[in-house]
Design a binder for this molecule. Structure first.
Ligand code: FES
Length: 295
């Protein structure tokens, strides 16, 4: 079925599932044929995905998933896009049962995406849980190895290196480490139970690096709010520019329902509620009001 264009976002009703495979414990890579969205989407933007026809009591709301990667044909034309998701409720459980050839509704690209690199120094990405997903495309773009989108835009000079600090509960939740390594992105791992990498929180890895005197050109983080708040504190204490990608609950994804609002500090220092789906999900870390629990 053809895709319908509305502004820059496109709706791909009944897009064909090409792959939907478990890549780590409860973690799936979904590949859908949505070439118009794949052609437009940028690192840090997301799509809403809804699997129709799961039953009368199935939530009809879509689920937001960050771009993981765009796939291209032999001539370089985008053909499909990948997202990686964790099964955490009925909607994602239903999605995990979709098979190649099944159909899902996809709409996007949504959100603002990441800004330019602050290269040419190193970039460090900090991910907790399923927060690694936006950093494959971003790392490839900032390293100068791939371009995304169909409009000219400022991406900044290539970074000298990109490293993913990746924290999960245990080794079996690690998803796609080899994808990052193949893309030239170094990976350092922390696990809560010590089953892989450094035992403890991923922020420990970051703290060690900053304490040793390393100064990334930019930090970017995605994961649970306490982790993001800790990264923001460390970045502020060490004077490193930092952006965060928020994972707020989203019902509509395009600014209509206000289910995703979070307090963002304005120029006068006062918080103002902003919709993460249209004004984010990427914000400067020092603009997020971490004292309020609505993200
Ligand atoms: Fe509806 Fe953001 S998800 S306004």
């Amino acid at each position: 079925m053809s895709e319908l264009c509305t502004s820059r976002a496109v709706t791909a009703p009944a897009a064909t599932v090409l792959e939907n495979r478990e890549v780590a414990r409860g973690t799936f890579l979904l590949r859908v044929a949505a070439p118009e969205i794949a052609r437009r989407i940028l690192p840090g933007q997301f799509v809403m995905v809804r699997g129709p026809g799961e039953g009368a009591d199935d939530p009809l709301l879509g689920r937001p998933f960050a771009l993981y990667e765009v796939n291209r044909d032999a001539s370089g034309e985008p053909t499909s896009l990948d997202v990686v998701y964790l099964v955490i409720g009925r909607g994602t459980a239903a999605l995990s049962r979709r098979r190649p050839g099944d159909r899902v509704d996809v709409w996007g690209p949504l959100g603002n995406g990441f800004g330019p690199s602050s290269g040419p120094g190193p970039a460090v990405f900090v991910a907790g849980g399923i927060g690694q997903t936006p950093f494959l495309a971003l790392g490839r773009e900032w390293l100068g190895r791939a371009t995304y989108g169909d409009q000219p835009r400022e991406v900044g000079p290539p970074v000298s290196s990109a490293t993913l600090l990746y924290g999960v509960r245990s080794a079996d939740f690690l998803a796609g480490v080899e994808d990052f390594e193949r893309a030239g992105i170094g990976v350092e791992i922390a696990t809560d139970d010590g089953s892989a990498g450094r035992p403890g929180f991923v922020t420990g890895l970051l703290e060690e690096r900053l304490r040793s005197g390393e100064r990334p050109a930019k930090l970017v983080a995605c994961g649970p709010p306490p982790m993001l708040a800790a990264v923001a504190r460390l970045a502020g204490a060490h004077g490193v520019p930092c952006d965060v990608s928020l994972e707020n609950h989203m019902a509509c994804g395009f600014g209509a329902c206000f289910s995703c609002v979070t307090p963002i500090l304005q120029d006068d220092g006062r918080p103002d509620l902003r919709r993460v789906c249209v004004e984010g999900p990427v914000f400067p870390a020092d603009r997020v009001d971490w004292s309020r629990p609505s993200h």
